[in-house]
Design a protein around this ligand. Sequence first.
Ligand SMILES: *Cc1c(COP(=O)(O)O)cnc(C)c1O
Length: 299
Amino acid sequence: MLNAKLEALQESFNPSVLTQLLDPLFKEKEIELWVKRDDLIHPIISGNKWRKLKYILDHALTLGADSIISMGGAYSNHLHALAFAGKQLNLKTLAYIRGERPKNFSPTLKDLQLWGMELRFVSRTEYRELRGYKSHDSLPGLDKGQYWLPEGGATELALKGVAEIISEINLDYDILCVPCGTGATLAGLIKANTAKNMIYGFSALKGGDFLFQDVEKLLKQQTTNWTVQLDYHFGGFAKTNNELKLFMQHFLSQHAIELEPVYTAKMFYALYDLIQQDQFKPGQRLIAIHTGGLQGNRS
Ligand SMILES: *Cc1c(COP(=O)(O)O)cnc(C)c1O
């Protein structure tokens, strides 16, 4: 049973529909590509960030926490979701933001401020140190009632919310695809995936091989039916180029689905590329999760 306040917040969510994408390329290669539209679950709280936050917030409320402290960049989808959810749940929120306080706030930072999140700008060194605190009570100097949430909400409790994605899919599939930052969403899918199908993560970061370790750490065991595609980072986290931008425009006009350049556009670009290169077998059905994050497109 969820905390009653969370239950009430959950009422404001929409179902995440599963739709098939049509394209002459998929027809030629005899591949089916479906999208699970987690981008549509809420007008403000971004797709996979809600999945990850749900049971973490429930845990915090159960412990009697009155504030959540977390960390992220100036465009963070995680902080954006946390600040809004915190406001709805009457929880105070505080965030350590990487880098100097900008003169002009990004739309994301403006929202955080509007929703009452306290913002503390920290150096890259301090930020890196904060990454080392992994459990909710591990941040030095925490007061009573303060709950620490590591970067990206990447904790074991996040996996439980992500697992609900799998239980909502009522279609057989061969490969389930998801973009990766911390890998917590990928880990939640792997954990919940009981069938013998494959799960593919797509790293949004350069040098994403750390994901193999981090995902295993979150899972606390070795499993085999997953992998991470490392070659579609487009130069690194939040880096983009004209080819990716053109792809996003093309995708929008063809499928009427908006993507963002940090995570989802890179995954769908990769899928088109892999299908083109015959990396999947004819007859295979792929499901890709649109993890949302569209608030980031404002800047
Ligand atoms: C945060 C985010 C991801 C990555 O999720 P992780 O659990 O950190 O791997 C993917 N897509 C979008 C849109 C995100 O905001």
